[in-house]
Write a protein that binds this ligand. Structure first.
Ligand code: DX5
Ligand code: ZN
Length: 220
């Protein structure tokens, strides 16, 4: 994978929620490729963030793709609303949808939004093997979802490689996204394993210079 193909998706979970418009504008000016929106419901994960209105409001502040990571139960109830709000990608957890996952992916596609499945660090990637050809993107969690600022779980590199192998064997152009604990030290492992989109929350928002860290994450 050539470095220029690596997309950087800063997570606004680490932003100052009281000034989200300018935070998103700053990410665009700093060279972000997409904006990662972490939607949490307090049920699927032990944290609550924001929902449809936040996505609609930030849509007015950027032309970058909005990558909506739904950490919620029954995501099918809200897919249409997130699409209307301006989501470009909607990803749903396999653990939240189980045997219903393909139907939810199709519902997302029906809204003309790119779709993807997400797996937690302890989910065997082989369970989504048959779903991958239906996905525009597969998101592999490298931390347990719920909070920013956690440490990258190294065993998830096996999941990334496994998904990469399935994508290559089937000649797919599915994006492979990795989320959680990405920083200057861990980004290269994720890339080597096959990631071509990396999410970064704390690494970007705690940096003195956002432009610099985004460029470094892309090229390291
Ligand atoms: C965790 C979220 C991540 C998180 C990443 O549940 O899905 O997107 O914001 O934050 P960092 O990069 O700080 O681990
Ligand atoms: Zn996320």
């Amino acid at each position: 994978m050539k470095n220029e193909n690596i997309k950087i998706a800063p997570s606004i979970l680490s932003a100052d929620f009281s000034k989200m418009g300018s935070e998103v504008e700053s990410l665009e000016l700093s060279g972000a490729d997409m904006i990662h929106c972490d939607v949490m419901d307090g049920v699927f994960v032990p944290n609550i963030t924001f929902g449809i209105k936040m996505v609609a409001d930030i849509r007015k502040h950027t032309t970058l793709p909005l990558d909506c990571h739904l950490m919620i139960v029954n995501p099918e109830k809200y897919v249409e609303k997130f699409a209307e709000a301006g989501a470009d990608y909607i990803t749903v957890h396999y653990e939240a949808c189980k045997e219903n996952t393909l139907a939810v992916l199709n519902l997302i596609k029906k809204q003309k939004v790119k779709c993807g499945v997400v797996i937690n660090p302890d989910t065997d990637p082989r369970v989504i093997k048959d779903l991958i050809p239906h996905c525009d993107i597969v998101l592999i969690m490298s931390v347990f979802p719920g909070f920013g600022g956690q440490s990258f779980i190294e065993s998830t590199l096996n999941s990334i490689s496994c998904v990469k192998k399935i994508v290559d064997e089937n000649n797919l152009d599915t994006l492979i996204e990795v989320d959680g604990g990405i920083n200057e030290a861990t980004v290269k492992f994720a890339k080597e394993a096959g990631a071509n989109v990396v999410v970064a929350g704390n690494a970007v928002f705690k940096a003195k210079d956002r432009k610099d860290i985004i460029a470094r994450l892309r090229t390291l």
